[in-house]
Design a protein. Structure first.
Length: 256
């Protein structure tokens, strides 16, 4: 799996494709799986997974993934205790984290990394929280090969935007589970414990998600129409949020 640097134009095209995907007619499950596939094929972020909490067992389990070996999934090899590893750290603290080389990081649980081209050498791992109304509801993570031409900060920004897009999709699955049979609801018990009452309508981009707004503006080159599309809102709503959050360091948005 090559991991060549992702040009700015490709990142922008990727985010526009993500916007079309999340606003399209596919089922919620398909949207998430397609998003993880896009990360692999467009951005070189492989074996993406969405980890969801199981409070009864106090672990994070794979809810969605792209390319993870099924026999390893069946044995729970990718399940992570909430108090262990990089994924557990992101879950507890609600902050993104990066390991540049998984073989040189004691905190990292190597068993959760899939070899790329048959090796775990020179492999990095990125985790970002998936947040909804100031709560962490899951963790989005992916692997990539180390490349000095390709800074990890670009991928962190990209994954933050994707996580903000996935949050309302997970919310829709949660709402559907509330109305399903007891058996279906049980499969999402850990997720529904986050919101025991029926949740309010979700605001597509949370006022508190400063990082996603900054990243969208950066990837759009300051074009307000494009940045707003990436965030799933109107340019007027974007301008309001920028003003509301007091983001004075962001240059004035251009039209388009």
């Amino acid at each position: 799996m090559p991991n060549s640097p992702v040009p700015h134009q490709v990142q922008t095209a990727f985010l526009l494709e993500m916007s079309r995907l999340t606003n399209g007619a596919l089922s919620a499950d398909r949207k998430i799986n397609c998003a993880l596939s896009l990360l692999s094929h467009w951005a070189g972020l492989h074996f993406g997974r969405v980890m969801l909490p199981d409070y009864r067992e106090k672990v994070l389990k794979v809810g969605f993934h792209h390319g993870l070996p099924h026999h390893e999934l069946d044995t729970g090899s990718y399940t992570v205790p909430m108090d262990q590893g990089l994924t557990g750290h992101v879950w507890r603290n609600g902050l993104a984290a990066v390991v540049n080389d998984i073989l040189d990081e004691p905190i990292f649980l190597r068993r959760i990394a899939v070899p790329i081209d048959g090796s775990q050498r020179d492999m990095g791992f990125i985790c970002v929280p998936i947040r909804l109304e100031a709560k962490t509801i899951g963790v989005l993570s992916a692997q990539r090969l180390a490349d000095p031409r390709h800074p990890y900060s670009d991928d962190v920004d990209l994954l933050r935007i994707v996580a903000s897009m996935l949050a309302p999709i997970l919310q829709s699955i949660h709402v559907k589970a509330l109305n399903e049979t007891d058996e279906h609801r049980e499969s999402w018990v850990s997720y529904t414990t986050l919101h025991p009452k029926r949740p309010r309508a979700y605001r597509r981009v949370q006022l508190t998600d400063i990082n996603a707004i900054r990243s969208a503006i950066k990837h759009s080159g300051g074009n307000q129409a494009q940045a707003a599309r990436l965030l799933g809102m109107t340019p007027r709503q974007l301008r309001y949020r920028v003003k509301k959050l007091g983001l004075d360091d962001i240059p004035e948005l251009s039209g388009g």
